[in-house]
Design a protein around this ligand. Sequence first.
Ligand SMILES: C[S@@+](CC[C@H](N)C(=O)[O-])C[C@H]1O[C@@H](n2cnc3c(N)ncnc32)[C@H](O)[C@@H]1O
Length: 279
Amino acid sequence: MKIKDNLNISGELLMKSGSPDSRLEAEILLRHVLKIDRATMFSNLENVLDNKQENDIAELVQRRLANEPLSYITGTREFYSLDFQITSDVLIPRQETETLVDEVIKISKENPLKIVDVGTGSGAIAIALAVNLPLAKIIATDISVDALHVAESNTKMNDVFSRINFKQGNLLDVLDEKVDVIVSNPPYIPSNQIEHLQPEVKKEPHIALDGGSDGLEYIRQLIGNCSENLNDNGHIFIEIDPSQSEEVLEIADTHFPDAITAIIKDLSQDNRVLSIHLT
Ligand SMILES: C[S@@+](CC[C@H](N)C(=O)[O-])C[C@H]1O[C@@H](n2cnc3c(N)ncnc32)[C@H](O)[C@@H]1O
């Protein structure tokens, strides 16, 4: 079968199963098997696939039809213009999380700050910060040992292995020094909403999604324990669901009545980040 015919068949199967980007996904799966870039694929549309290539592509399309996320199939994801290795042990980094990285970079540019990324998962936030803030000292924590293995291998892939100190444990409990910035994308989906998530999101680690009965369990704990871990003038940046804006501002104001608090929007203009600046 020619490459162009294979793309049409896979694209149609994926479209029928409801994928909004069916053609693009068909291209990505084919290119993953053939290990070619997009330009090469387009200049070889008339080339004929051998049997093994056809079977390998068909197998990946079947996995996608069974709602396995594309990043788990290809094992990669781009975040903050960097490449990350992704396995089913980690949340797939989302574009909206880049807002957290932007905010930390804005306040850090000229100061060599000590930063902790709580619940680092694939290491996306910590690594994007290490690459963009060469003077920063960065600690990354996660309760999941498997996630920390993935994060560590991503530091090697992005040449920042020696820049990040990984610690395994609950939230800030493992911190043995004060920091200037606490940044976190914690689990924040209410437990009773997990079963209603899209099937492919449900394939991501439960521990990365479930934020307890109202989704705010980890955010409350984090904010509640921040003060003993933060230096004067410290900053806290926490990713939230837009629907949680008012509640997280209340939590922040209760714990830090004198701090400057704000909700920052992501690129889609959704409320995405709780910012607390201790004064
Ligand atoms: C929403 S994911 C975020 C992953 C990554 N930071 C990102 O933005 O793509 C939440 C992460 O928090 C971790 N986590 C869950 N409970 C935790 C806890 N009690 N202490 C530390 N990390 C926790 C999960 O293992 C997961 O990696």
